[in-house]
Design a protein around this ligand. Structure first.
Ligand SMILES: [Zn+2]
Length: 66
């Protein structure tokens, strides 16, 4: 997924706000230290993409091709 801002032509810098549901294997050492393994993305909901250059959120177009 790539984004482009039609307002200013920015193609590289965006703030992406999204909600994710993930399943992860939490692996604790005996000392209580956590390492997260096998993280699996169950659901991803894109909420908003904001251009870092001009702050526009309405002029962002996305395309699936890179
Ligand atoms: Zn912009």
């Amino acid at each position: 997924m790539t984004y482009r801002c039609e307002a200013c032509g920015n193609k590289t810098r965006f703030d992406v706000i999204e909600t994710k549901r993930v399943r992860a294997f939490h692996h604790y050492s005996l000392g209580g230290e956590l390492s997260v393994e096998e993280e699996q993305l169950l659901e991803r909901k894109l909420e908003k993409v904001v251009c870092r250059w001009c702050g526009s959120a309405d002029s962002i177009v996305s395309s699936a091709s890179a």
